[in-house]
Design a protein around this ligand. Structure first.
Ligand code: G
Ligand code: MN
Length: 349
């Protein structure tokens, strides 16, 4: 049995695809892969993959018939990719239906070190010639993942959900997302961040410039019969650089500060315009004004940070301290909100 979980393009708001996820029903309970995969033999895993590949094709045909253009991804262990029957099982189907091949993403999992890089590269390249995209799954969860990223021809990086899932409790973990985003950009790969569990996490990812996300905040995995109806009902708010949540504010600020640090590291000095000194002009200022939070400690720390932008080249330590002060206030406000005591908006003027 397969469930399908949507992946959203955060730049456009549209759903770009679905991941095919194995679900096992045992004694009336639906089990996720973590609970039953370890019990499967290699032959059992191969037959699970064939079943999921078939389910992915079935979903692709159903949505294509309804005139909807979507990618469908399917998971496979790297060891299975190297096994003899793998290409034989998928090539005839993909060659017969190049529309499916071009809409298929194969997500490779790294449960064990890759035994034969040359052969893995050859298989991926063969799939690539048919139009199939390759994703490297759960990046960051296994010791070899960055080496695989370096040595294999993949198109998509899926950041393990462990990085995004707890962001509302540990906002500084956003640095992992910022770094991976920069790595993906530099390598020319697409980054998909998994574990977008809450609207605030999704907001933070969008504000950072992450292009694709997957997680409960968009939708949990659903049965095939629900996919088209869910797509029809799905309405994404219009894309905007303005944060919608305090975690989004935190993300925007971290991303901005990191960009400034990178630029400070090269000899061409940045000339700030007066605009930069205006605390109401930036996306954070627009959030604070819209939420009527302009009379709060967070907003005062925000204005103080804008005031030190003029000292960026002359007093970096003071600038870093003001940035840190603002972040401490935002973190405090996030914690208050989680505890049910949010910052109160200013009263009517
Ligand atoms: O291997 P991969 O990480 O692609 O598997 C995705 C799994 O994560 C699925 O089993 C899915 O049910 C689960 N999942 C999807 N989104 C979320 C989320 O936002 N939070 C958590 N905790 N799990 C998720
Ligand atoms: Mn996956």
């Amino acid at each position: 049995m397969a469930h399908y979980q949507p992946i959203q393009n955060l730049k456009t708001g549209r759903i770009t695809g679905f991941e095919t996820l194995a679900r096992l029903r045992r004694d009336g309970v639906v089990l996720p892969p973590a609970e039953f995969l370890p019990t499967l033999t290699p032959a059992g895993r191969a037959s699970l993959f064939r079943a999921m590949f078939g389910q992915a094709l079935a979903l692709f045909r159903a949505v294509a018939e309804a005139g909807v253009d979507l990618y469908v991804s399917v998971n496979v262990e790297s060891s299975l990719v190297l096994a003899d029957g793998f290409l034989d099982a998928v090539t005839p189907v993909l060659t017969a239906d190049l529309g499916f091949a071009r809409h298929l993403i194969i997500e490779t999992l790294e449960s064990e070190p890759i035994a034969d890089y040359a052969r893995t590269r050859a298989v991926f390249a063969g799939l690539g010639r048919l139009g199939v995209h390759i994703a490297i799954d759960d990046v960051g969860s296994a010791y070899s993942s960055l080496l695989n990223l370096k040595d294999l021809p993949v198109d998509v990086i899926k950041l393990d959900q462990g990085f995004a899932r707890g962001l509302d409790r540990n906002p500084d973990d956003l640095m992992f997302v910022i770094s991976l985003l920069s790595l993906a950009r530099g390598l020319g790969k697409i980054l998909v961040v998994e574990g977008a569990e809450t609207p605030a996490i999704l907001d933070a990812l969008r504000v950072l410039g992450v292009s694709y996300a997957q997680g409960y905040a968009i939708a949990p995995p659903m049965p095939a019969a629900e996919v088209l109806g869910w797509l029809r009902a799905f309405a994404a708010p219009p894309p905007t650089p303005v944060p919608r949540t305090l975690l989004g504010v935190y993300a925007y600020h971290l991303g901005f500060v990191e960009t400034c640090r990178v630029m400070a590291n090269q000899p061409m000095q940045i000339a700030w315009t007066d605009h930069v000194l205006d605390p109401h002009a930036c996306p954070i200022g627009r959030f604070l004004d819209r939420e009527r939070l302009h009379d709060t400690p967070v907003a005062r720390a925000h204005a103080a940070f804008h005031a030190v932008m003029a000292d960026f080249h002359t007093d970096r330590a003071g600038w870093e301290a003001a940035a840190q002060w603002f972040r401490d206030h935002v973190k405090d406000a996030i914690a208050r909100e989680a505890a049910g005591a949010p910052l109160s908006p200013a009263g009517p003027e």
